[in-house]
Design a protein around this ligand. Structure first.
Ligand code: ADP
Length: 402
């Protein structure tokens, strides 16, 4: 059975085509970027290693899905004989609000809920819905599943999702913590259990998803009980360009100092802050900041230390929230690749049961692995995340249940 996974953003559409019967083999993947801007281009790779790159005449999500569909059946680089082989399409949707707590087959009601969340996810939900509608047009009759970034966090109890502000802001306006990256947190927490030879229901996991965006979650026996991102992805860890947690009064102070209005300060804290703002070397990429640190740039050193300290503080608070932890799992670009960041985050935590094996930590690998010593009371894992595979799996399960 062929499942197509679509991740439609504001200016890009990413796709992965899976053959589920062949062990979820990736037949083809790629992306179309700069949609709606000059120089729209596509990168397409198939399982034979053939790569096609170039400009494409795409002005919206529907054009993008049409071009992707044409590539999939292209006589040379295609991987399908006919588009009728595609039995289901899984979509990443960022915000499902409070009412959607699991992956769902898209119908009018689901689309209405995605639309209701436009106000709290203005950058993500509109293009996500456009991606769904594009697939409905290009693949008529094929089931579309929506897999929500917020869904895995729906099990958080009120004491974790409420903010200390008047209650009617929650009841009337749904201002609360939702959390994001849920597909990754779900996948990695399950993989962590598998790595320990246990069932998710038997262990407590802290997942550190450290990418360009970053979030951390506390997972108690398979259920998320807290996570660092909030109403929007701005809260929590210091990220590539996002500030993460700070005194809310800083918002109006920045407005005054920089002469910004509401949307202006929102943009400032989402796009100009975090590692980019702290390190001051015009890059949000931790590799560049690590290179700056190696070259003796003190501001880069401080940025890295501040970034790691925030992760450490969250780990400590989630050990308290969970009443102990069996395994801490690192994932995403930084979590999977930066051994020095993992070491810095865990430095000084021996008293909490973390014994990092430095030699194992320094080995690079694409496999899920333990980097703690065999006698470490808390296990430390590095687990490559795979949101596309998780979306494909959930889509497959939904369609087969139906
Ligand atoms: P996204 O949130 O965009 O999906 P990723 O999970 O792909 O992000 O993470 C991208 C980030 O990972 C890069 O910006 C970079 O900072 C970081 N990264 C990737 N490889 C390394 C590495 N070897 N060392 C340090 N940081 C890395």
């Amino acid at each position: 059975m062929i499942v197509l996974v679509i991740n439609a953003g504001s200016s890009s559409v990413k796709f992965t085509c899976f053959d589920m019967a062949a062990g979820r083999k990736v037949l083809a993947s790629g992306l179309i970027e700069r949609i709606g801007i000059d120089g729209t281009s596509m990168k397409y790779t198939n399982h034979r290693g053939e790569v096609i790159k170039g400009e494409v005449p795409v002005k919206d999500a529907k054009d993008a899905v049409k071009v992707i569909s044409e590539r999939l059946v292209d006589p040379k680089a295609g991987v399908l004989k006919s588009l009728s082989e595609v039995k289901a399409i899984g979509h990443r949707v960022v915000h499902g609000g409070e009412s959607i707590t699991a992956p769902v087959i898209v119908n009018d009601q689901v689309k209405a809920t995605i639309r209701e969340c436009f106000a709290i996810a203005p950058l993500h939900n509109p293009p996500n819905l456009a991606g769904i509608e594009a697939c409905e047009a290009v693949f008529p009759g094929v089931a579309n599943a929506a897999v929500f970034d917020t869904a895995f966090h729906a099990t958080m109890p009120p004491h974790a999702f409420l903010y200390g502000i008047p209650y009617d802001l929650y009841t009337e306006h749904k201002i609360r913590r939702y959390g994001f990256h849920g597909t990754s947190h779900a996948y990695v927490s399950r993989q962590a259990a598998e790595l320990l030879g246990k069932k998710p229901a038997d262990i407590k996991v802290i997942v550190c998803h450290l990418g360009n965006g970053g979030s951390i979650s506390a997972v108690d026996r398979g259920k998320c009980v807290d996570t660092s991102m909030g109403l929007t992805p701005l809260e929590g860890l210091i990220m590539g360009t996002r500030s993460g947690d700070m005194d809310p009064a800083i918002v109006w102070n920045i407005m005054r100092i920089k002469g910004l209005d509401g949307p202006g300060v929102d943009n400032f804290l989402n796009k100009k802050s975090g590692l980019l703002g702290l390190a001051g070397i015009n890059s949000s990429d931790l590799r560049d900041i690590e290179a700056g640190h190696q070259a003796g740039n003190k501001q880069c050193t401080q940025a890295i230390e501040t970034y790691a300290y925030r992760v450490k503080k969250y780990i400590g608070s989630y050990i308290a929230a969970l009443g102990g932890v069996d395994v801490v799992a690192f994932t995403a670009g930084v979590g999977e690749n930066s051994a020095s960041t993992r070491a810095l985050v865990l430095k000084g935590l021996q008293g909490l049961g973390f014994k990092l094996d430095s030699a194992k930590n320094d080995v690079r690998s694409a496999e899920p692995r333990l980097v703690s010593t065999p006698d470490s009371p808390v296990k430390i894992a590095v687990i490559p995340t795979d949101e596309e595979q998780e979306i494909a799996g959930q889509t497959f399960d939904l369609v087969n249940k139906k």
